[in-house]
Design a binder for this molecule. Structure first.
Ligand code: MG
Length: 236
């Protein structure tokens, strides 16, 4: 097995959750939107709209100095934004989000996981790496999300922004993870799909930032980029 060069000599690999380890359950999300609006949504178009939305949000927040706008305090604001971007009007979005609230209580909406992920995590563990997650959540349900995705038990540490009162890109949340793992910044890599909130923020405090960029949206990245988590470890 060969580790990605960015993991050489590291003792821990810390991950972002949403968009990195877990993904929106697009089949449920498209089904709910279709029932409310009568329009059919393809998983692929939603996934792309989501990636583009996150990229725009990263740039926006960097410009605004990471002050959380009111819009982002509303539940499921990311989904609201993509349904808007895909052409639903405001009141239809309200109805969709209302349905999402109920569905999310039943089962976390971020419960999709790419098929290679459990294997990649197991392989990294076999290489002796500690595994952790730092996630900015809206509602303190990181553990539920990883549970619904079936990968929670693979991690040595979970840090949920809502529960610790700190959010990425604040250096303090990365430091908290390092303290709990009793590691120095130089000992760990951080893998995430947000250029600003994950890769650059991690790099700024001395972690090795790795950007997960499956749609090739960040050619400007100064951090190493991977297209899929399977690039972290080559099992052949
Ligand atoms: Mg993310």
């Amino acid at each position: 097995m060969t580790l990605h060069p960015a993991l050489n000599g590291k003792r821990a690999c810390i991950f972002d959750a949403g968009g990195t380890l877990v993904h929106p359950d697009w089949s449920r999300l498209s089904h709910i939107a279709e029932q409310v609006s009568g329009r059919v949504f393809e998983a692929g178009e939603m996934d792309r709209a989501f990636g583009e939305m996150l990229r725009a949000v990263g740039l926006e927040m960097q410009r605004e100095g990471f002050v959380l706008p009111d819009e982002m305090k509303r539940s499921h604001w990311t989904f609201r934004r993509i349904y808007r971007a895909l052409g639903l009007d405001e009141s239809t979005c309200d109805s969709v989000v209302e349905q999402l609230d109920g569905a999310h209580l039943d089962r976390h909406l971020w419960s999709g996981v790419n098929t290679e992920v459990p294997r990649v995590l197991d392989d990294l563990k076999r290489q002796g790496l500690l595994l952790a997650v730092i996630s900015n959540t809206e509602d303190g349900r990181l553990a539920d999300s990883l549970d619904a995705a079936g990968i929670r038990d693979r991690f040595d540490l979970l840090i949920d922004s809502h529960l610790v009162g700190l959010r990425k890109p604040d250096a303090a949340i990365f430091q908290l993870a390092l303290d709990r793992l009793t590691l120095k910044a130089d000992d760990a890599a951080f893998v995430g799909d947000s250029y600003v909130h994950d890769a650059l923020a991690a790099q700024a405090i001395g972690l090795r930032g790795i950007l997960l960029d499956p749609l090739n949206l960040h050619p400007e990245s100064v951090c190493p980029r991977i297209r899929s988590l399977s690039e972290l470890i080559d099992s052949h």
